[in-house]
Design a protein around this ligand. Structure first.
Ligand SMILES: Nc1ncnc2c1ncn2[C@@H]1O[C@H](COP(=O)(O)OP(=O)(O)O)[C@@H](O)[C@H]1O
Ligand SMILES: [Mg+2]
Length: 342
């Protein structure tokens, strides 16, 4: 029993990798013939990175535990989700960003009323729930998990993946089609950039338990531009759309270079480039959209440098009101540490 309606217990179909993911490959991988509610929506505009996609596919096809690591907003989470979407594999995500407790994961006793009597009943958490189903569980921000939560996760990462519900005296065997993935900004060596506050040091044993570790870095500019255009079709339809997006990606890459050189503490993620493009549709002015999507996230002291990067890529002067802090925006926290712009 999966409790998932008509979903078969085991993969009952195969997917041709070249066809489904758009890069040369002779592999085909197991998949499900039916979709249930937990299968992520297919994003037709999604561009698969061959390396990362093959790593994620090894997770699905061969039950490898796969950790995807890389800068924020580079597509780690969505790579796993979009692979799942194409395999019709149910997929649930847990963000470990510090609020998730051991009880959220494992379950807790809850008081319920049954036949007019109050009884205490165990409500299983997301981990035992997923473990017993054909389901991919993704631990997002794995390097931000609290120690008690990591302890629980490590037990499922053990070789046989069995999981004991201590208070319940029950041992759960994972379903043969249960899969486990994680995403992280660091590889558990701590954060040398200062960008990722709240990440924990992972000990060797914690990293060792993952069978496959893959890295997703910033994309080539033309690939990033095609992703943005795919996301914002209104912009792609404009005659100058491709040119504007190329320049936006150029600004993003200048912030990344500035960050690497130690001149900037905020980098523009692909996610921000996408929201800049979306905001451009709303505000109809590339500079204004730039201020609202990115510039306002930057430290006051760095704004003129960031404005310069914009000018360099777009070959226009930024309006003073845009280049400098606008008190109404409530921006400029004045913090000195690095910052991820989400
Ligand atoms: N390869 C890609 N193709 C299409 N969209 C992408 C791609 N990579 C990232 N995106 C988009 O960028 C945003 C951030 O992706 P996400 O997976 O949440 O990043 P991460 O988990 O690395 O922080 C999402 O809106 C996603 O749809
Ligand atoms: Mg993510």
């Amino acid at each position: 029993m999966t409790g998932l309606g008509d979903l078969p217990e085991h993969p009952d179909a195969t997917v041709d990798v070249a066809e489904a993911f758009g890069f040369a490959s002779r592999l085909s991988v197991p998949a499900f013939s039916v979709r249930d509610d937990h299968v992520p929506e297919v994003d037709d505009a999604y561009v698969f990175d061959p390396d990362v996609t093959l790593a994620v596919l090894s997770g699905f096809a061969r039950n490898r535990r796969v950790l995807v690591q890389g800068f924020h907003g580079t597509g780690k989470t969505t790579h796993v989700e979009q692979v799942a979407a194409r395999l019709n594999w149910p997929c649930v995500r847990v963000n470990l960003d510090g609020h998730v407790t051991r009880m959220d994961l494992v379950g807790r006793d809850a008081v319920v009323v049954r036949d007019d009597h109050q009884v205490t009943e165990f409500r299983e958490g997301i981990l035992p729930w997923a473990l017993q189903r054909p389901c991919a569980l993704v631990f997002d921000e794995y390097d931000a998990g609290r120690p008690d939560v990591m302890f629980v996760i490590n037990r499922v990462l053990e070789r046989d993946g069995r999981f004991t519900l201590l208070d319940q005296n029950r041992v759960l065997d994972p379903h043969p089609s249960f899969r486990l993935f994680a995403t992280a900004n660091t590889v558990g060596l701590g954060d040398l950039t200062g960008l990722y506050r709240g990440t924990q040091l992972l000990n060797h044993a914690q990293v060792d338990r993952w069978n496959v570790v893959t890295r997703l870095d910033y994309l080539a500019p033309d690939v990033e531009a095609s992703i943005v255009l795919g996301r914002v079709p209104e912009l792609a339809a404009r005659a100058d759309g491709a040119d504007v997006v190329d320049r936006m990606v150029a600004v993003a890459n200048l912030t990344r270079a500035g960050f690497a050189a130690g001149d900037l503490s905020t980098v523009m993620s692909p996610r921000t480039v996408i929201s800049w493009a979306e905001n451009l549709e709303v505000f109809e002015d590339v500079a204004r959209a730039f201020r609202l999507s990115f510039l306002n996230k930057c430290d006051d002291a760095e704004r003129s440098l960031v404005a310069e990067l914009f000018q360099r890529a777009f070959d226009v002067e930024l309006d003073d009101s845009i280049a400098h802090a606008d008190p109404d925006d409530g921006a400029g926290s004045g913090s000195s540490g690095g910052r991820a712009d989400g």
